[in-house]
Design a protein around this ligand. Structure first.
Ligand code: SAM
Length: 273
């Protein structure tokens, strides 16, 4: 029986074979890789991935789709039947990384998927917990979200998401995918993004927490100057007059990280952030 698509799970299934081939080529699955796919749906990407891999794991929330996969009894497929936002990627990736290393370090740990667009931001933040052990992520997302993820300072799409993700990942906007490539077609354009953790950047948890709050404040009113948006933090950061007159959109990622590091080194009770 054909699967009844569920809007609440962001179900738009890929049908364009050319696009599917391009995404799988971009993922470049190798026998030595450890790969997990978020949201296999009815398998548009799952089957071609299985063609290249001796084992594949998937995370799926929809109980009909879980039953669909379980009934297939594919030995090399492991199904995690749960909400991906509850899935422990850190634990999974750590185990995957050690098995790759045991086998001579030739493979990579990869997280891939045509993501449910309604949870894309929380999911991207959730995945940061596994960053130490992941080598690459390749995702389909709403085009506007990908544009925000990769935007450079000064561009109109440069935002909180750009700063937070670019602090810890290198990103590439790979290619666009039109609505006609899906069934049912989404109302938005889509794009493929590739993400590689910055291996030389180790940010203490407290600094990252401060960065999240600092960036949220800086971008709280995009058109206003930092002098307005940063409140008491501008004094703690000892910002000069020119910087105070600039807007959040013009501050590079590295500068936000420098500021967060400075604030995180001030005792908590004195910085109130
Ligand atoms: N990979 C398939 C394709 O490309 O045709 C399906 C992609 S569809 C956009 C998103 C998939 O994610 C669906 O299978 C949906 O059921 C699943 N999904 C949605 N929300 C989820 C969640 N919170 N946890 C796990 N899977 C979820």
């Amino acid at each position: 029986m054909a699967h009844q698509t569920r809007k609440r799970f962001g179900q738009h299934f890929l049908t364009d074979q050319g696009i599917i081939r391009s995404i799988v080529n971009r993922i470049d699955p190798k026998a030595q890789d450890r790969v997990i796919e978020i949201g296999p749906g009815t398998g548009a990407m799952t089957y071609p991935l299985l063609d290249h891999l001796p084992q594949l794991e998937v995370v799926e929330i929809d109980r009909d789709l879980i039953a669909f996969w379980e009934a297939k009894k594919i030995n090399k497929l492991t199904i995690h039947a749960m909400d991906v936002l509850q899935f422990n990627f850190r634990e999974w990736a750590q185990a995957a990384k050690s098995s790759v290393i045991d086998e001579g370090n030739k493979g990579g740990v990869k997280v891939v998927g045509n993501l449910p667009y309604n949870i894309s931001s929380p999911l991207l933040f959730h995945l940061i917990s596994a960053i130490e052990y992941v080598d690459e992520q390749v995702f389909m997302l709403q085009k506007e979200v990908v544009e925000r993820m990769v935007a450079a300072p000064g561009e109109s799409e440069y935002s909180r998401l750009s700063v937070m993700l670019q602090t810890v990942y290198h990103l590439e906007n790979c290619f666009e995918v039109p609505p006609e490539s899906f069934e049912p077609p989404p109302r938005v354009d889509s794009a493929i993004v590739a993400m590689w953790p910055k291996k030389n950047v180790k940010i203490p948890t407290e600094t990252f927490n401060v960065l999240e709050k600092l960036v949220a404040l800086a971008f709280s009113q995009r058109r206003k100057m930092l002098a307005n948006n940063l409140g008491h933090l501008k004094h703690l950061l000892e910002l000069d007059a020119d910087t105070l007159k600039s807007r959040a959109q013009n501050i590079p990622v590295e500068t936000y990280l420098e500021w967060a590091t400075k604030l995180a080194n001030i005792p908590k009770e004195d910085r109130i952030i």
